[in-house]
Ligand binder design. Structure first.
Ligand code: CA
Length: 267
């Protein structure tokens, strides 16, 4: 199991700053997107704390050496610790009161040929396979609950004025349940992690077509950001793409890595 990956984050057209953050550690098969919220730029603090906890708690060789169970435990622990840290910081600092963040974190587990995902909020993980896009995570939003109750169609939910109301976030309550999802992966599959600045502007069909339009992940990431901005760019936009490559490819990353040190990135 080998992969290549890329990520881009953009402020969008309307927000004064970018409160999204991400982790891109290809040598480890570890990726995450966090979308912060809160006044006085506290959202930026919360999302940075979430991705820092993931980068810290997932030891560099964990997902390469161990199976899905151990990796899921580590991701859950990272999210739980981030929740406690963000909640405590918000209690301490009046400027950060009420801050929170989404977190969608993916670890590739070569032993089991799966991606394990920890998820809170309305950032998303998708799997793209042979031109078909499938959402792997379930949004923790009010509109998602309405859609599941049959009261809104998916498109009505996407465009609803309350679409940004979260039912679950990291850091807003003393404890939070963490969704853990597994995603079976084949050569050629692409996993997309993104903030709602992408999915609020583009529907799944549009996202799928843009992923299929280029073989270069960097070009796909740029095209997704451009399309969301052209549609209005109402929010910060973060896209992270990881593709499982066929064994014969030489461009892909080999693990364990002899490359640059792992790094957590906050745009
Ligand atoms: Ca957002």
């Amino acid at each position: 199991m080998r992969w290549e990956s890329t990520a881009l984050s953009d402020r969008g057209q309307r927000r004064p700053q970018n409160e999204d953050a991400y982790v891109l550690r290809p040598e480890q098969g570890l990726f995450a997107v966090a979308d912060g919220m809160g006044g006085h730029a506290a959202g930026e603090v919360a999302s940075a704390m979430a991705v820092a906890a993931v980068a810290r708690e997932l030891q560099p060789t964990l997902s390469l050496r161990h199976g899905r169970r151990r990796v899921a435990d580590a991701l859950e622990r990272a999210a739980t610790m981030a929740n406690g840290e963000i909640f405590a910081a918000a209690e301490r600092n009046r400027d950060q009161s009420g801050m929170g963040t989404t977190l969608t974190a993916l670890a590739l587990v070569p032993r089991d040929r799966v991606g394990v995902i920890a998820h809170i909020g309305d950032s998303r993980a998708y799997r793209w396979r042979d031109g078909a896009l499938e959402q792997v995570t379930r949004d923790h939003t009010w509109v998602q609950e309405q859609a599941e109750a049959g009261l809104l169609t998916p498109e009505q939910a996407r465009l609803h004025p309350f679409s940004n109301i979260l039912t679950r976030a990291l850091g807003t309550e003393p404890t939070v349940p963490v969704d853990l999802v597994e995603c079976a992966l084949h050569a050629g599959d692409i996993v997309l992690l993104c903030s709602d600045g992408l999915t609020g502007m583009l529907d799944d069909r549009e996202i799928s077509e843009l992923i299929g339009a280029s073989a270069r992940l960097e070009a796909v990431a740029g095209a997704l950001i451009d399309a969301a901005n052209q549609r209005g760019g109402h929010d910060n936009i973060t896209v992270l793409l990881a593709r499982l490559t066929p064994l014969r490819s030489t461009a892909a990353h080999r693990h364990p890595a002899a490359r640059a040190a792992p790094r957590a990135s906050a745009p």
